[in-house]
Design a protein around this ligand. Structure first.
Ligand SMILES: [Zn+2]
Ligand SMILES: [Zn+2]
Length: 374
């Protein structure tokens, strides 16, 4: 039982440049064995450019034996707004329907669809731009595991994660994912960077609890604005989806937490300042010195006047560190001996310092289990 996966690669996208969306559809290929070798022709009359990089020999692997380009009349047009025939290369991969159905309910559905409807549909997720990811997945699903690389880079891993999620075939890919992530351990993020959403998605898609905790803690502590999903299917509510424009959107949990915690710290600071202005804490000399010391330190740190939500550019860690580093007033050496007050109430921001410790202890990475539905 076999089918053919026909893949359209935008011509302008060189394989390694990873530019341009790739489309694929399944067609029935009755009576052909999986390792059937077919003739090669090409839409663009430049088949070797692509094929050479993929399959230099003609034997022994799914990739090598089964990929070949086909002529345009053999290729049903995809019914979406994909690239036109002139801008595509077409590659055919002979696949085993049985293997695909066994590993993936999504493929099962696609193949069922194939039997009931004539029109081909795109079976690849929309953000797939690297065909290597498709080969890796197909080799895994066809148990040709010697063809599966043990080391892959972050971008490719992210695409394989996307395919795994798209075809709902985690069980088949999981063991490889563990190896890939083990081999990438030295590259795990240590600070908020542009690839944090990719790591978050990989951790989620491959159910890697430790990595998920790590990246979500980094995001909570170090992000200075909403983190964007970049089209990755990160669980709803964690970070901002590309379509959300409202900065205060309630579904953006990580950014909401950042804002809420910063606000807590600012409220505590300014309540202390108001208390010192409105009440007699120690003596008036000490109180005045404390208010002055507080404002004098907050102003150059851009915390006076108080910054306003959504606190763009402020990370929670930066606020924790800045406020924690505020120095006590000098009333002990300048006032106490002269006025005779005890100084017992002359701590600059005692409640805020307690709050800082509490927040620092409470901000930990999120539990992956809380975001899994299965
Ligand atoms: Zn005093
Ligand atoms: Zn004092």
């Amino acid at each position: 039982m076999s089918s053919t996966l026909q893949i359209k690669v935008p011509m302008e996208s060189s394989y390694k440049e990873q530019a341009g969306r790739i489309y694929a559809n399944l067609v029935k290929t009755d009576g052909l064995p999986l390792d059937h070798s077919d003739t090669t022709s090409d839409l663009t009359h430049k088949p070797q450019q692509f094929i050479a990089s993929q399959c230099s020999s003609s034997t022994s692997t799914l990739v090598n034996e089964s990929i070949h380009t086909v002529s345009s009349e053999d290729v049903p047009e995809l019914h979406n707004d994909g690239p036109t025939e002139q801008t595509n290369r077409c590659i055919r991969i002979l696949v085993s329907s049985k293997h695909l159905c066994f590993a993936s309910p999504r493929f099962q559905e696609e193949l069922l669809h194939l039997n009931t409807k004539a029109e081909p549909v795109n079976v690849l997720p929309c953000n797939l731009t690297d065909l290597n990811a498709v080969y890796i997945l197909l080799n895994i699903l066809h148990c040709r595991t010697r063809q599966v690389p043990r080391d892959i880079n972050l971008n490719l891993l992210c695409m394989v994660a996307g395919l795994t999620q798209h075809y709902d075939c985690l069980e088949a890919v999981e063991a490889f994912a563990r190896t890939w992530l083990e081999n990438l351990q030295d590259c795990f993020p240590t600070a908020c960077s542009h690839d944090l959403p990719q790591w978050m998605f990989i951790a989620w898609a491959f159910r890697h609890h430790g990595l998920f905790r790590l990246v979500t803690e980094i995001a909570l502590r170090d992000s200075t604005e909403p983190i964007r999903t970049k089209g990755l299917a990160i669980p709803a509510g964690l970070i901002r989806t590309d379509r959300q424009t409202n900065l205060c959107n309630s579904s953006d949990l990580i950014n909401k937490t950042r804002q809420f915690r910063i606000e807590e710290i600012l409220i505590s600071l300014y309540e202390r300042m108001e208390y010192l202005l409105d009440h007699e804490s120690c003596c008036s000399d000490c109180d005045q010195l404390m208010v002055g010391t507080l404002i004098h330190q907050l102003k150059p740190r851009k915390l006076f006047p108080p910054p306003q939500a959504p606190y763009k550019g402020l990370s929670l860690n930066a606020v924790l560190k800045t406020v924690n580093e505020l120095k006590e007033s000098r009333c002990k050496e300048l006032v106490h001996g002269r006025v005779g007050c005890s100084g017992a109430k002359c701590w600059l921001i005692p409640e805020t310092r307690t709050l800082l410790k509490r927040i620092d202890a409470e901000i930990v990475g999120l539990r992956l289990g809380d975001y899994l539905v299965d």
